[in-house]
Design a protein around this ligand. Structure first.
Ligand code: NAP
Length: 313
């Protein structure tokens, strides 16, 4: 007889890259007796039904959370407060309520006031993603060897935190626990600022007058194309991230602008030593990420090399 699943019923609100990946991985690992899903649009709900990767698709959030032991909001950060308000009267006592938002302080403050004290509210952020979105974009392996950061309020029930941590570990993730505001500062530099820089560079290249669009695309392998992957990320999600994590992003942006000024000065003065020292330091950071298993050491980010045409005999 197979062991009882970790949760009898899991409700996922939102079925895009993250919700779709959680559903697929939870099903593959047998973590739920039943997985119930809802999504905002009828089109997404219809697509989830077609995909056949969950047990039930329902039309409303209220219906989805009924009798669920674990409820996860897999929707943009800005939508979490209103949805929490919507589901609050329908939550089962003792349920764990969580989310996957990329910003934690704002989500905590937007959701917590609506939730009854009979449930365990434990926000979470799986630090894993791609530039794709929508119901077809998820895959069961997304979280393997990636970090999931839980940001429980100080008075959170320890057993509930451990149960949610067990769930994320079963999806393949490593789990870390952190205060919400500290999470937002860390992610501002590791994720939000890089996205802002990518959005900026790609926009700048798009508006140049002396270099044509065709040239930008044709010679993109010089570095530009790696920014375009990040800059292709979902506009709704990233609008909400910058609105929700304004203070931490502005703080990191200030530090970044100072460092950019230093490099600008080194280039203007022809200070090769300053440039060389800086680039040597940053190279070591890349090697650190590879040694922690968060990136491949393969050249060109693991892209498969094309083959030369066969030599004519
Ligand atoms: P996604 O693929 O765009 O899916 C978003 C889902 O949210 C869809 O089901 C969408 O419904 C629903 N939704 C959108 N606006 C809504 C609203 N106002 N009210 C209710 N539902 C709404 O997005 P995702 O990449 O899975 O991101 C979901 C969350 O995960 C975000 O909070 C994001 O910060 C976080 N996250 C994302 C990544 C990443 O790399 N993408 C990584 C970690 C965490 P419809 O399909 O019906 O429109």
């Amino acid at each position: 007889m197979s062991p009882a699943p970790l949760f009898q019923r899991i409700a996922l609100i939102g079925f895009g890259l993250i919700g779709g990946s959680i559903a697929r991985a939870a099903r593959a690992q047998g973590l739920a007796g039943e997985i119930v899903v809802t999504a905002r649009s009828a089109a997404t709900r219809a697509r989830v039904r077609e995909l056949g990767v969950v047990d039930r698709v329902v039309d409303t959030s209220a219906e989805a959370v009924k009798d669920a032991d674990l409820v996860i909001l897999c929707i943009p950060v800005g939508a979490c407060g209103p949805v929490a308000q919507d589901i609050a009267p329908h939550l089962k006592a003792g349920a764990i309520v969580s989310d996957v938002g990329s910003v934690k302080g704002t989500v905590l403050r937007a959701m917590a006031p609506h939730l009854p004290n009979t449930v365990h509210f434990i926000p979470a952020h799986p630090v894993a993603g791609t530039e794709h979105s929508g119901p077809d974009s998820g895959f069961a392996e997304l979280f393997i060897n990636r970090w999931c950061i839980l940001t429980p309020p100080p008075d959170a029930d320890k057993a509930a935190v451990e149960k949610l941590a067990t769930f994320w570990r079963a999806l393949g993730a490593n789990v870390e626990i952190m205060a919400a505001d500290h999470h937002d500062l860390v992610l501002a530099v590791t994720s939000h600022l890089p996205h802002l820089i990518a959005y900026t560079i790609v926009g700048t290249a798009d508006e140049l007058e002396d270099v044509t669009q065709a040239e930008v695309l044709k010679f993109s392998a010089g570095g530009f194309r790696d920014f375009t992957r990040i800059a292709a990320s979902d506009p709704t999600m990233w609008r909400d991230v910058f609105l929700a994590n304004k203070d931490a992003v502005l703080e990191m942006l200030g530090a970044f602008q100072e460092d950019l000024s230093k490099l600008t000065r080194a280039i203007r003065r022809g200070d090769g030593e300053a440039l060389f020292d800086h680039f040597t330091r940053t190279r070591a950071i890349r090697r650190g990420i590879v040694s922690l298993g968060q990136e491949t050491a393969d050249p060109d980010f693991g892209r498969k090399p094309a083959h030369l045409p066969k030599k004519a005999d």
